[in-house]
Design a protein around this ligand. Sequence first.
Ligand code: MG
Ligand code: ZN
Length: 221
Amino acid sequence: VTIRLEERLLSKNARIASRNRAWFAARGLRAINLIGSPGAGKTALLEASIPQLGADAVAVLEGDQATARDAERIARTGCDVIQINTGTGCHLDASMVEGALVQLTCGAGPIFIENVGNLVCPALFDLGEAAKVVVLSVTEGDDKPVKYPHVFAAASLLVLSKIDLLPHLSFDVERCVDHARSVNPDLEVLLVSARRGDGIDAWCTWARDAASAGLVTEGTP
Ligand code: MG
Ligand code: ZN
């Protein structure tokens, strides 16, 4: 019964996600779904890159259980942002995104969807994005990719964040990347420090390409 419920839930979600994808496509836009634990540096990554991507071009949907704190941070960059509060919910689903799209005034893109901080179920819910990006900070374990394989398998890119802290930690970048590629051989990897600016150019280039090229992931398995 549980499995059948989940199937029904996910197939309804997939239908709405393809409507969202069509909504983006009709405007020449593609969305990027940012997934990571609470505190992985998802909002900081956006704050560091929006000035370079152009605040007029970018729009952000912010998912959190409560508060508009991250939306307020993003709004300070000057870009269009909508906060989605999930209450007790631990992930965004396609209908929440659909509900927010009507409020969105879109520039040229990219559109970022910052998911609720969680490495588990956001991997299952297609939101209509062109690509999933998993943000993992070096303050987390380098074995996260094998402990939470689904999100790493579903992602196109791994952003390893807070690399300015590496000298103080025992985090092994090479081991982490090996683990990540063991679940997803095609996974691209970028090393980033939002605070110091390392890798922000490369991330902006990746995001621009993902938002304009044919990087469409058709739903989730
Ligand atoms: Mg955040
Ligand atoms: Zn959830």
